[in-house]
Design a protein around this ligand. Structure first.
Ligand SMILES: [Zn+2]
Length: 502
């Protein structure tokens, strides 16, 4: 992408300089003459752990500060859209605030509900399911705060004029961060050309203390066989529209303001306390304080193996220390994800979005069992709704339905395991006779056809003396096989469609 794309007037006026990261080679903009790296992990570590970036704020405070900031700058505040993307042909779940306006608004075929607008959109992404609870930063359910401006070229632009483009987008970002009390000398704007779903455009990642807080995408290109712009071997042309697509990570702002070891500690403190008590464990922050803080600071920059080595322990020992709290984190996350999924009308099943809800439900059942927690899952989902009800009162309308669905799913799950035990035992005996392993395809088939999680297969098979290797990304794998990718593969992408990926 042309360097000129990032030659933004605001940067010059405010004396930001363009530098090249000494570690990754990416270009970024900064106010700090002495800076050597782009500020992002893994080039920089999470230096905000234990040292918050600005004054502590709650989820509600950050959300309101963002929405009202943009309201006071001429944006119309919109209510959230559902987390199940029924208006989309290519995805099941709502994965970004811009998803609400794709494909027709972004393609310029339907006018936007307001222009410019601001929204805080609950989103669900399951592609990093295994990372939930482990990396400290991944969430299945998160709110993407976004301000969007939809500009048109040509005649229509002459009528209405430009809403705004790069200059104001960067200015708003700078002003919002400054208002929160962020030290602007530590903020970098990293150039990160964005490509996806048939579209492309320049984009800036907004980073401080190793943490990416926001992404500012300037979506203005579409794939075109005769296009004039070559990006990674693909030809693009300008779209008839050019769109400001921003994503500010609500939970990340809260995390940065608290400096907690993980995003989960920052946003789910009560749920974590309750689960820890119920499981009869102690937060490793109390037993292994130094290790936990150091692990949190390094987790964006180093692998588990490297971190264990640094502490002179084996990866297995590290896993023993972190395993239970990671399950607690994951249950905290999954119960919020389920609150939105079920309240927005998803019914667990073996197909489409129902499959994805069942996947999350069964992971949560399994983790509660591994923690020896007897609290029914539906109670925990209701607890999440109680926490969320001031911001999303509509969730409360579905309480009875949710209790019924989760309890029913649990009894189905128990039945499945009862029957599954026999199937797996048989299979393990056969494998033993043939001196074969249980293959990944078999694990996927056992999960898809019989609903048996690989951990359960492994447990039962080990009683027959058969060891099972479970791929680390098993759940992400099945989620992607049955989720977004399948829907995308079936339906061709429409003009003006794109997904923002991390
Ligand atoms: Zn870098």
């Amino acid at each position: 992408m042309n360097d000129e794309e990032y030659n933004i007037e605001y940067f010059k006026e405010h004396e930001l300089i363009r530098k090249k990261c000494e570690k990754c080679g990416t270009y970024y903009w900064t106010r700090d003459n002495d800076r050597k790296t782009c500020g992002d992990a893994p080039c920089d570590i999470y230096s905000f752990i234990g040292e918050p970036i600005f004054k502590e704020r709650s989820v509600e405070q950050i959300r309101e500060s963002f929405l009202s900031f943009f309201e006071s700058h001429g944006h119309t505040r919109l209510k959230r859209y559902p987390v199940v993307a029924r208006w989309r042909d290519d995805i099941y779940l709502n994965i970004a605030s811009i998803s609400n306006f794709q494909p027709f608004v972004t393609a310029g075929k339907v006018p936007p509900p307001a222009n410019p607008l601001v929204i805080s959109q609950p989103c669900i992404r399951l592609e990093d399911l295994e990372s939930i609870g482990k990396t400290g930063r991944h969430l299945t359910a998160f709110e993407m705060m976004g301000h969007h401006a939809f500009n048109k070229r040509g005649e229509e632009r002459e009528e209405t004029g430009e809403i705004y483009w790069k200059n104001d987008t960067v200015r708003y970002c700078d002003e919002y961060l400054r208002q929160l009390g962020v030290d602007m000398d530590g903020v970098t704007y990293k150039e990160a050309p964005w490509v996806g779903g048939g579209n492309a455009g320049p984009s800036l990642e907004v980073i401080t203390s190793g943490l990416e807080l926001a992404t500012l995408v300037f979506m203005d290109l579409k794939l075109s066989p005769l296009g004039q712009i070559d990006i990674k071997g693909q030809l693009y042309d300008k779209m008839d529209t050019y769109i400001v697509d921003t994503g500010y990570g609500l939970e990340r702002f809260v995390w940065a303001s608290k400096g907690s070891p993980t995003v989960y500690d920052a946003i789910f403190p009560d749920m974590i306390k309750e689960l820890i008590n119920a499981a009869g464990i102690v937060h490793p922050l109390e037993t292994h304080h130094e290790l936990i803080i150091e692990n949190a600071r390094l987790s964006g920059a180093m692998s588990r193996r490297e971190i264990a080595k640094r502490f002179g322990i084996s990866p297995k020992e590290l896993k023993t220390i972190l395993g239970p709290i990671e399950s607690v984190y994951a249950v905290s996350d999954h119960t919020k994800c389920l609150a939105f999924m079920l309240a927005d009308g998803i019914v667990p099943s073996n197909a489409k979005e129902g499959y994805l809800a069942r996947l999350v439900l069964r992971r949560a059942f399994r983790m509660l069992k591994s923690l020896n927690i007897a609290i029914p899952l539906e109670e925990l989902v209701l607890k999440q709704i109680k926490t969320l009800k001031n911001s999303f009162p509509e969730l409360e309308d579905s309480v009875d339905r949710i209790v019924e669905i989760v309890a029913l799913e649990k009894s189905r799950y128990d039945d499945t395991l009862l029957k599954g035990g026999r199937i797996v035992k048989q299979l393990a005996k056969q494998s033993k006779l043939k001196a074969q392993k249980i293959h990944i395809d078999t694990l996927i088939d056992l999960y898809d056809t019989h609903g048996l999680p690989p951990e359960f297969v492994s447990e039962v098979a080990s009683t027959q003396g058969i060891a099972v290797d479970i791929p680390e990304n098993f759940y992400s794998l099945v989620a992607s096989m049955h989720g977004e990718e399948q829907k995308t593969a079936r339906e061709p992408l429409l003009d003006g469609l794109k997904e923002k990926t991390e």
